[in-house]
Design a protein around this ligand. Structure first.
Ligand code: OAD
Length: 279
């Protein structure tokens, strides 16, 4: 094991090399599409069909995408680190599908702070189910019991492939429209997820904070990255372009994440002496 404490924060740039468009980049979604028409509660009220079409297209693209070396490198770091948390703004499942040495990232080590695109949840009550990739639609139905997700219920109301393709799903419990389980502009982050991040920060400061593939457009991303770093620790930004976080970084790696992260992780693990431990 590596006796260092790590926080990794990722954004859309980490999935770019898997063929998933970013939001603000050159070919990013927000260059041609209006977030106000697709990613706000108001947009959903005004045109749920359009919003669902967009999210279904994205789900489909993600289902066919494969994790890239950046995702795998993060899994490797998590496997060797004594203390590790990944906070991702990505709603795709590529961090969870990535493998390193036959291992995947434990859900305990990842916080999807902007939600999960494969979750479908009621826009009024707490009913939710997951049509996770690569599982077929309906295989991962969950319900809510006293605020906790419970697995295996309501399997019969899981969407059929036709529904997944066309209809706007309705909640089987209250009849309201179901929506993707992501955070939209103007919405609060989930409190329980914020607490997981804050608890990790409160336990101890981090020897290494890596922020990869994000424009760090949200204040909480910069705040967590800066607060997590131990005064003697490193804050490493991996991004071809400068961001608002760059002035706070101790190290800047201006390369694509799929190139930089495998090398960086190996260097960190060697410098932390894990090779000695493994022998
Ligand atoms: P952005 O699209 O804002 O930023 C992507 C960043 O990745 C940019 O800074 C690029 O320079 C960088 N980048 C591009 N290719 C890269 C590569 N191969 N390796 C490393 N970096 C690369 O995406 P996010 O910062 O993730 O919100 O956006 C944050 C949030 O805004 C998203 O989670 C989404 C969006 O609206 C929600 O869905 C709530």
């Amino acid at each position: 094991m590596c006796a260092m404490r790590f926080l990794v924060i990722t954004g859309a740039g980490v999935s770019a090399e898997s063929g998933i468009p970013t939001f603000r980049g050159k070919d990013g979604y927000w260059r041609n599409l209006d977030p106000a028409k697709l990613a706000t509660p108001e947009a959903f009220v005004n045109n749920p069909k359009l919003v669902w079409e967009w999210y279904r297209e994205r789900r489909q693209r993600i289902r066919t995408a494969q994790p890239n070396p950046a995702h795998a490198a993060i899994v490797k770091l998590a496997a060797y680190a004594d203390a590790f948390l990944l906070v991702t703004q990505n709603v795709d499942d590529l961090h969870l599908r990535a493998e390193s040495e036959g291992q995947r990232l434990s859900r305990r080590k990842i916080v999807q702070i902007h939600g999960d695109i494969f979750e479908t949840r009621c826009s009024r009550c707490e009913f939710a189910f997951s049509t996770g990739s690569p599982e077929p639609p309906g295989s991962g139905v969950v319900g809510v019991d006293n605020g906790r997700l419970r697995a295996g219920v309501a399997r019969s109301i899981a969407p059929t492939s036709t529904e997944e393709d066309e209809a706007i799903p309705q909640c089987p419990e209250c009849g309201e429209l179901m929506r993707p389980g992501v955070v939209w502009f103007g919405e609060q982050l989930e409190l329980q997820k914020i607490e997981r991040v804050e608890n990790y920060l409160a336990q101890a400061s981090c020897d290494v904070v890596i922020v990869a593939g994000t424009t760090a457009a949200f204040g909480y991303i910069i705040d967590w990255a800066v607060r997590a770093r131990d005064p003697d620790g490193r804050l490493i930004e991996v991004n071809p372009d400068p961001t608002p976080l760059s002035p706070f970084a101790t190290h800047l790696i201006r390369e694509p994440a799929g190139v930089a992260l495998p090398r960086l992780v190996d260097e960190l693990l060697v410098s932390a002496g894990w090779r000695r431990t493994m022998r």
